[in-house]
Design a protein around this ligand. Structure first.
Ligand SMILES: [Zn+2]
Length: 118
């Protein structure tokens, strides 16, 4: 397997994932409006930030986070900074980017972050 990243393949992968998430959002939105017509539970205390009010209300926190990471990765593809660890500025390992094209950190920094040390 080539060590060289095919950025067009990465971009397609990211855009496909983004579409998938956005379709999930519109489905969730439909369900939510049906629920509120039927007398939904009080949602006011769920909205703890402007971002959540505007968007996360409709999706799980994980999906919202994933969507942000994907948008950021696409922006980095556009500005030529894709594939560089945001923490240590080293190139992120190619197999990691192929598995997780929205990764922001190299493996070493991700491990530190997972342990809360970053
Ligand atoms: Zn790093």
């Amino acid at each position: 397997m080539s060590r060289t990243l095919d950025l067009e393949v990465i971009r397609e992968h990211l855009e496909a994932k983004r579409r998938e998430l956005l379709e999930g959002v519109s489905r969730a939105r439909q369900v939510t409006s049906e629920e509120s017509e039927a007398g939904a539970p009080d949602i006011a205390d769920r909205a703890t930030s402007a971002f959540q009010r505007d968007f996360s209300f409709y999706v799980s926190e994980n999906e919202a986070r994933m969507l942000r990471l994907i948008e950021e990765a696409l922006a980095r593809l556009d500005n030529g900074r894709y594939g560089v660890c945001v923490s240590c500025s080293q190139p992120i390992e190619a197999p990691r980017l192929q598995a997780l094209p929205w990764a922001r950190h190299c493996i070493a920094c991700q491990e530190l972050q997972d342990r809360g040390e970053l």
